[in-house]
Write a protein that binds this ligand. Structure first.
Ligand SMILES: *Cc1c(COP(=O)(O)O)cnc(C)c1O
Length: 341
């Protein structure tokens, strides 16, 4: 198979149309078998449930080439499981996780020519998503749905080196208690756009959202979970029902315990205790971990000892171990790496 002629190392994070996408339709209470198609356009009625009442959920994952030249993806079963949970919360039909993994593998395989080579730092981003497709005007769930998987090659996250982020404590809330913060739905992103555009205008990279009820506890950013390291080397991640359960964060906690012999704890984290941490990072599929150098709380700066020029030592070890597992230079736990054959 011949790779596409793409300057992998200089790709950004944008949409580039690839050859194939997976499409399956849900009608009369059942999913069809699904097909791969070359048609990148979606045609739906003007009154489709997704357009009127935002009935849509999604996933985000990556395919990449390992050191020994295999194309793989990382823990797709967990993405499938999470999509099931997201769909259930929005009264959408379940696309079964086994069929999900099968469809993801098939879609990556069909777009093999777009999977960047090992060492380029680039990856093939995979975006499964589902939406209500039939006309809905009275407020209720749609009866028909479409599940699709698109892929797009994306560039290295740390192009030009690692730069620790500066984050502000946001006055906006991301998720209500008992709301939808724990599911991966477009609605959680639509309402975050104003906050992120404003944060960028003010010179910040991201927003730190607090719990909406007490505004004393750390939740997450718009699209990544927090991970902290204490001064005595313990990994701490915030616990809350309104945080999206990041697969990267859950994997890093396991890596901390089983590969690095570190203690790791998921617990409530108060804004007041940020000053006591040695390191801070953001976890998600895109970057694995991006280091945070500074959090600004209404003019008050909380600077982590790891500084503004590099990753902290524990963050770096976590990053190197998990990316080593993904790239095949470190032995992976059973079931983490799924080969595209
Ligand atoms: C997708 C997402 C994450 C990261 O999850 P991963 O599974 O690690 O990619 C974190 N927070 C939010 C709000 C997200 O949508």
């Amino acid at each position: 198979m011949e790779k596409k002629n793409i300057d992998w190392a200089n790709l950004g994070f944008g949409y580039i149309q690839t050859d194939y996408r997976f499409v399956s339709n849900y009608k009369n209470g059942a999913w069809d078998d699904g097909i791969l198609t070359e048609d990148a356009n979606v045609v739906i009625n003007e009154c489709a449930g997704v357009l009127q009442y935002a009935q849509t959920v999604f996933e985000g994952m990556k395919a990449y080439t390992t050191v020994d030249g295999r194309i793989v993806t990382f823990r797709p079963d967990l993405n499938g499981e999470r999509l099931e949970q997201s769909a259930a919360r929005l009264e959408m039909p379940i696309f079964p996780k086994d069929k999900f993994v099968e469809a993801v593998v098939k879609t990556i395989k069909a777009n093999e020519a777009y999977v960047p080579p090992y060492g380029s730092g680039a990856t093939l981003y995979v975006r499964p998503y589902m939406f209500g497709s039939n006309p809905v005007i009275g407020v209720k769930p749609a009866d028909e749905y479409q599940f699709r998987i698109l892929t797009t090659p994306v560039g290295p996250y740390f192009k030009g080196g690692v730069k620790p982020l500066t984050i502000r404590v946001s006055d906006f809330d991301r998720a209500a208690p008992n709301g939808t913060g724990h599911i991966k739905a477009g609605l959680n992103y639509a309402m975050s756009l104003h906050a992120i555009v404003d944060a960028h205008k003010q010179g910040y990279d991201e927003n730190m959202y607090l719990d909406a009820k007490t505004r004393t506890k750390v939740e997450e950013t718009g699209g990544a979970n927090f991970l902290f390291v204490t001064k005595d080397g313990k990994v701490v991640t915030p616990k809350s029902d309104s945080i999206l359960p990041s697969i990267t964060r859950r994997s890093l906690v396991q890596v901390a315990r089983e590969y690095l012999g570190l203690e790791a704890e998921e617990r409530e984290v108060y804004l007041d205790e940020l000053k006591d941490f040695a390191e801070c990072g953001l976890c998600g599929t895109a970057a694995v971990i991006s280091p945070v150098g500074k959090v600004v709380d209404h003019g008050k700066e909380i600077c982590f000892p790891s500084g503004m020029t590099e990753m902290g030592p524990v963050t770096r070890k976590l990053y190197e171990t998990l990316t080593g597992i993904q790239m095949g230079t470190i032995k992976a736990p059973e079931g983490w790496i799924v080969e595209i054959k």
